[in-house]
Design a protein. Structure first.
Length: 367
């Protein structure tokens, strides 16, 4: 089974945050041989900017390539195949990632143009692009975000960009969950650097970004997606492809048993706003005061889950305190360790959305 560390860093210098995690995890030592063929796989599903909540921030790719060059690794390529209906060649340019590749003189491989090979993936036949099969080491850079069919998407589903378009279409006819889980028995993710900067609430194409300003690192893609699920207010075993991947032996859903390594105390820059009306409506239930992005973002995800259940109806806006401005103060209900003196409070820095949703359900029911 893969290692159980979870690395986390918060801030706004995304390139340096990526390098920080790679150094702490000592990915260079895990790689070993400088001649290994390394693939870097961002999420560039469509022609979008990362600020919309759908695609990987180019700064993270810049950080990965900078780190690899500093450590003496030169046999590197960035690769992706956008979703059916968008051209990878256009999407990579709009995202800014093509410019990063040119800056580092690293080739970008358009997997929509690649040949493929069909393999047995624990009982299911899957076709995988040949450039992927030629790799010795894969660094995955998914976006932690919602998905309209699979509820969430992160490391495991990001592997879908490594198969040809005709196979992507077939995956949808098979219901996505099972083929995604089985695909990851033949594609090994060596390290996962998660873009948890501003992923969308529940749609893979973006439009409702939730600012978290956080970058995460994992060795285990199942643990990664389990943590992602909890961060968005879901239980990992409620998401079929995560549960199936664990059953196939790809990794573990045991977030509680993982070693969480925080690389800083969190930025106190205050929450950012976005142009999304939906996020603004959810934010109206909060009363932030110097709230860091990760804590405020977790609250937004939790409120979205409660809104889906119809549980927000009848509750006052501006009633949930969050943020460093509440340290040492008293009040009625708050989330995060900065509201420790409140009458009703949930600790954590930041607490997970699934924990916030449970806390609010319980307190509102008791009230």
């Amino acid at each position: 089974m893969p290692r159980k560390e979870i690395y986390a860093v918060q801030g706004e210098n995304y390139k340096e945050m990526a390098i920080c995690i790679l150094k702490k995890a000592d990915v260079a030592a895990d790689l070993g041989d400088r001649k290994k063929r390394i693939g870097v796989k961002p999420n560039i599903l469509a022609a979008q900017k990362a600020s919309n909540g759908a695609v990987t921030h180019p700064e993270l790719v810049d950080g990965v390539l900078t780190y690899l060059k500093q450590e003496g690794f030169w046999n590197v390529a960035v690769m992706e195949g956008s979703w059916v209906g968008d051209l990878t060649s256009q999407a990579v340019r709009v995202s800014g990632i093509y410019d990063v590749c040119e800056k580092h003189q690293v080739p970008f491989i358009d997997l929509q143009k690649d040949k493929f090979q069909t393999l047995d993936a624990s009982g299911i036949q899957v076709s995988v692009c040949r450039e992927v099969l030629a790799l010795d080491y894969l660094i995955n850079i998914p976006v932690l975000k919602g998905h309209c069919q699979t509820t969430i998407t992160c490391a495991l589903k990001n592997s879908k960009g490594l198969i040809p378009n005709q196979e992507k279409r077939r995956f949808h006819t098979l219901g996505l969950h099972k083929p995604i889980a089985h695909l990851n028995t033949v594609i090994h993710q060596n390290f996962i650097l998660v873009d948890n900067i501003c992923g969308d609430l529940d749609f893979e194409e973006g439009g409702n970004p939730v600012v978290m300003n956080r970058v995460l690192g994992f060795w285990d893609p199942v643990l990664c997606d389990s943590f992602a699920a909890e961060s968005m207010g879901h239980h990992p075993h409620d998401i079929a492809y995560i549960r199936m991947a664990e059953q196939l032996g790809i990794g573990s859903c045991d977030v509680a048993g993982a070693d969480f390594i925080s690389l800083n105390e969190g930025a106190a820059e205050g929450r950012k706003t976005t142009g999304s009306r939906r996020v603004s409506r959810l934010a109206a239930y909060a009363k932030p005061k110097d709230a860091c992005s990760a804590c405020f973002g977790s609250l937004i995800y939790a409120l979205d889950r409660l809104n889906d259940e119809g549980a927000l109806s009848g509750h006052r806006t501006g009633s949930i305190a969050v943020g460093q401005g509440y340290r040492g103060q008293t009040g009625t209900i708050g989330v995060g360790q900065c509201t420790a003196c409140f009458e009703k409070t949930l600790g954590g820095c930041p607490p997970k959305a699934v924990e916030i949703a449970q806390f609010l359900r319980r307190e509102w029911d008791d009230g």
